[in-house]
Each structure stands twice: as structure tokens, then as C-alpha cells.
Design a protein around this ligand. Structure first.
Ligand SMILES: [Zn+2]
Length: 286
């Protein structure tokens, strides 16, 4: 546990497996951005969060399990874009998926499964929503990008933007739920904000410089897929051959990552997504 204060009202934990988890502290309570992936981390995070005040709101930047599994252990109301609630209702991780995942990332949590349930957002919005915490407020804006239901959260008082996986510091996340044109537009949207501190979906807390770096990583992989299409490769061939660096789902010395078959599935689905989108709009790779 290494929660770090990054601005007058914001504390961030970047060390958990899964997404970054943030606490915004106002005079009227606390808002969280994303929740831990591992049940053990979620339970520990709840104790940390309670030390800062009463949780009023829990924001999910998208529906992926690495941003939402921990909802179950948090207080307050879970808030998201309406599409995030829809995806969690429609495609909630099954007990079988969670069992396979927990056996790898958090074996003790397998015993918790009978009492666990996927907690879907209780408050949803379409375009934008402001959450007031007394002396500060958080501005949520719908921004399709990493997923069709992603959002950006902005704390104007501190000049802090929470991008979810629209910008990551550590590497590229999965493209499987994105459209490539939204992906690049969302990165441009981040750049249009007035901020000094960027809290990414994964990786270290950073600044504006992360945005162009991330865009370039995306351009590089899109360029590889475009070259494969130009060379006449089929979707299947491109998915067999092209891989992008993924430090988000793999393990490192600090944590155990995802099961290999899941990582392979993210990679293949991502390349397939890019292949389809470039077939529709080849100019995106230029
Ligand atoms: Zn993520």
C-alpha cells in the first residue's frame, strides 16, 4: 500500500494489480475513481478510503473488471456512463470467469465468490455530470475511446484529470471494446483540458507528456496492422503475427498478472478490432 498525494485534494494508489485507484477529498466527503481488481486489495482499499472520510461517490471509468470488481466493497453510490451499467448488466463477469481469474490473481478470494455479486452503477448519465463534495467538484464527461462507454473525470480546482484507460502511462491496454476513431479522438479530448496532473488508468501519475507518448504507441500498432492489410494479410494472419507491448495485464516482480490465455485473447481481439476499423477507415493509420 503506497497511496500518494498528487494534489491538494487527490490521493492515488498505483500499486495494485488492475487499474489505478483514486480518492478525491472534499469538505463534504470523498469520491473514488475506479476500484481494485483483487478482492484482497479492495478490502484493504476500503479501510484506507474510510480514513479520508465518508465515501459519497464511486466513479467507474469503464466496465472492465480491473476497474469495477472492487465496487462491491465500497460505500457511497457507484456512478458511471449509462453504457457502463448496461455492459455490466449484459456481460457481467460470470462466476466461472471470476473463479478462473481469482485462482490466479487472488486465490483466497475464491472462497468469497458465493457471497460476491457484481455491483452495477446506481447513478448513470449520458453526456455529463458534476459531483459536488463541498469545496471541490468532479466533472464527469462521456468520452468514448478505450470503450464505447468511457468517461473523463476532471477536478478543475486542482488541475487534475482522471483519464481511465483513455490514457495509460505504462503501456497500451486492450483495444477490444474500442473503435479506433474514438480512441484517437478521446486522446485529443484529454489534451483539450487545462491540467497539470494526469492520473492514468494504469501506470504512474504523470503529466501532459504522457498523452503524446500514448498516442504514438497507438499509431505504431495501427501502422503495423495497416502494413499487414496492405501486404494482403488476412485478419487471421494479422492476429497471429502482431503483438503490442502489454505491461498492464502481464505479471511483473510486484504482482502476478493475468492467466496467459486471457492475455493472448486481449492481444488477438485488439488486433482484430484495429484490423476491422482500418478496413473501414484506412486513413486512421496515416
Ligand atoms: Zn484498465
Amino acid at each position: 500500500m503506497s497511496v500518494t498525494q498528487v494534489s491538494p485534494h487527490v490521493h492515488v494508489e498505483t500499486a495494485y494489480l488492475g487499474s489505478n485507484n483514486s480518492i478525491i477529498v472534499g469538505t463534504d466527503g470523498v469520491a473514488l475513481v475506479d476500484t481494485p481488481h483483487k478482492p484482497a486489495d479492495a478490502q484493504a482499499w476500503r479501510r484506507v478510503v474510510d480514513g479520508f472520510g465518508t465515501t459519497r461517490f464511486v466513479v467507474n471509468t469503464d466496465h472492465h473488471p480491473d476497474h469495477t470488481i472492487g465496487n462491491f466493497w465500497m460505500g457511497g453510490e457507484v456512478v458511471s456512463h449509462r453504457g457502463t451499467r448496461d455492459r455490466l448488466l449484459r456481460d457481467a463477469p460470470t462466476e466461472e470467469y471470476l473463479r478462473d481469474l481469482f485462482e490466479v490473481i487472488d486465490p483466497d478470494a475464491v472462497d468469497l465468490l458465493p457471497s460476491y455479486s457484481v455491483r452495477v452503477p446506481e447513478v448513470v448519465f449520458q453526456d455529463r455530470l458534476d459531483l459536488h463534495l463541498g469545496d471541490v467538484h468532479l466533472e464527469l464527461r462521456f468520452q468514448p475511446g478505450h470503450t464505447a462507454n468511457s468517461l473523463l473525470a476532471y477536478l478543475p480546482q486542482d488541475g487534475v484529470i482522471f483519464t481511465g484507460d483513455i490514457v495509460c502511462e505504462s503501456s497500451l491496454p486492450s483495444f477490444q471494446d474500442c473503435r479506433l476513431w474514438d480512441w484517437f479522438d478521446a486522446i485529443d479530448a484529454v489534451e483539450s483540458y487545462d491540467f497539470d496532473v494526469l492520473v492514468p488508468g494504469h501506470g504512474e501519475v504523470t503529466d501532459r507528456s504522457a498523452v503524446e507518448r500514448y498516442r504514438q504507441w497507438g499509431r505504431d500498432v495501427a501502422g503495423e496492422v495497416a502494413a499487414a492489410i496492405d501486404a494482403g494479410q488476412t485478419l487471421e494472419q494479422a492476429c497471429d503475427e502482431i503483438r503490442f507491448e502489454d505491461l498492464i495485464h502481464v505479471g511483473n516482480e510486484d504482482y502476478t498478472g493475468y492467466p496467459d490465455p486471457l492475455i493472448e485473447m486481449f492481444q488477438r481481439n485488439s488486433i482484430a478490432r484495429i484490423y476491422h476499423d482500418l478496413s473501414e477507415r484506412p486513413e486512421l493509420a496515416r
